[in-house]
Ligand binder design. Structure first.
Ligand code: ASP
Ligand code: MG
Length: 409
């Protein structure tokens, strides 16, 4: 008998029929002899609907009251799912975050879980009940309702699985796993049977939006095996765990990409200690996140060129700030480009293999894709290319590393 935490997202519980379908799935796991704790999101669209109600009343949202409002979405789902389970003769109990004492800090709308009381849940499980817990919400020390930020039910599920020492945390969603890349771009993208936490973090932060990123790092920290699977189709989904030394590791797990990039360059900045800080300090002060950074020494030796990337939405703001800094420092010129994208090759197998980067660059060159910037980490190589090359670039790399075929390259 295993203890499994299952989380069903908004689309999976989007209608009464779908909630009934979830109840059937939960029962199937129980019939296999497992103890099941279920975490649910609000029915799809509900959280947005609640937000728009608040916006119809005021533009100065009071964070505490917003949490009281938003937490109602999940409360609806836990009750309906418990009813559907009871109707099937399965004893079930629903609990809000407050009731099971998911203790968080007091940062309304983005609270962090600190502790979960597990006795009550264990007692219910021992009595043969399915426990249904509202995702996305908790309670602070003062008894105020808090929420964890959009997509927070994933984190609730992982935190519960960690607290209960569950054998697996299963995230049911509308896709059947994590893919080598976006199947809308590469039709023969393949579902991965497994991927490491580290790789998933790189893939998620780069746009494979299957899981709330915070939940993945949480699962990694507490070593909770995570499985992403479809609530509509049968299948094993994708298991996210630590690297298994005994398993042959694929060289490359996937290709992530990010369409919303922009780059800025400042040319001819006097080269002296502190310039990097002088350039990027004001950008950080404006709360603009910088991703890649490249500094080059100009041929004259006295000045330097500096390029960095930001999210496309931040481009106009960053450009204005950089222009001001340029004037102050006496730099020669500021240029920019907001028609760029980032493509990244991700794989823990890269650590032990040389030559991945050159295979990557060669493949792109063969297709005439010009690389504008490059950055690398231990398990990732990213290139910035013109927007028009996104699809071609991703497809080319998917082919070059043979990702449609399982196994090592
Ligand atoms: N209902 C919340 C949201 O829509 C939390 C979740 O679905 O995970 O963001
Ligand atoms: Mg969600």
């Amino acid at each position: 008998m295993k203890l499994i935490v299952q989380k069903y997202g908004g689309t999976s519980v989007g209608s009464p029929e779908r909630i009934e379908n979830v109840a059937d799935r939960v029962l199937r796991s129980r019939d296999q002899g497992h103890a099941v704790v279920v975490v649910v999101s609000a029915m799809s669209g509900e959280t947005d609907r609640l937000l728009s109600l608040a916006a119809a009343i005021t533009d100065t949202l009071v964070p505490r009251e917003l949490d009281v409002l938003l937490s109602t979405g999940e409360q609806v789902t836990i009750a309906l799912l418990s009813m559907a389970l009871e109707k099937r003769g399965c004893p079930a109990r629903s609990y809000t975050g407050t009731q099971v004492h998911i203790l968080t800090d007091s940062a309304h709308n983005k609270a962090r879980i600190q502790e979960i009381e597990d006795q009550r849940i264990h007692a219910d499980l021992a009595a043969g009940r399915v426990v249904v817990v509202a995702g996305f919400q908790g309670v602070d020390e003062g008894g105020n309702i808090t929420t964890l930020g959009r997509g927070g039910s994933d984190t609730t599920a992982v935190a519960l699985a960690a607290a209960l020492k569950a054998d697996e945390c299963q995230i049911y969603t509308d896709v059947d796993g994590v893919y080598t890349t976006d199947p809308r771009v590469v039709p023969d993208a393949r579902r991965l049977e497994r991927i490491t936490f580290e790789e998933m973090l790189e893939m998620a932060s780069l746009g494979s939006k299957v899981l709330q990123i915070r939940s993945v790092s949480f699962a990694g920290r507490y070593n909770v095996p995570l499985r992403v699977l479809s609530s509509f189709e049968e299948g094993e989904g994708t298991l996210i765990t630590y690297e298994d030394e005994n398993m042959e590791q694929a060289l490359i797990s996937g290709i992530a990409f990010n369409r919303d990039e922009a780059k800025l360059t400042i040319l001819g900045v006097p080269d002296r200690p502190g310039v990097a800080h002088q350039l990027l300090g004001p950008i950080a002060d404006a709360n603009i996140e910088v991703d890649m950074i490249i500094q080059n020494v100009a041929p004259d030796g006295a000045t330097t060129d500096f390029t960095f990337t930001v999210h496309r939405n931040d481009y106009p703001g960053a450009l204005a700030i950089l222009q001001q800094t340029a004037n102050k420092l006496g730099a020669r010129e500021v240029t920019g480009d907001d028609k760029i994208v980032k493509i990244s090759l991700v794989g823990v197998g890269m650590r032990s293999h040389a030559g991945i980067a050159s295979t990557m660059f060669e493949a792109l060159a063969r297709e005439g894709v010009n690389i504008r910037m490059i950055s690398t980490s231990e398990i990732k190589i990213s290139v910035v290319v013109d927007e028009k090359y996104l699809e071609l670039g991703v497809r080319t790399l998917h082919d070059a590393f043979n990702l449609a075929q399982p196994g090592t390259v």
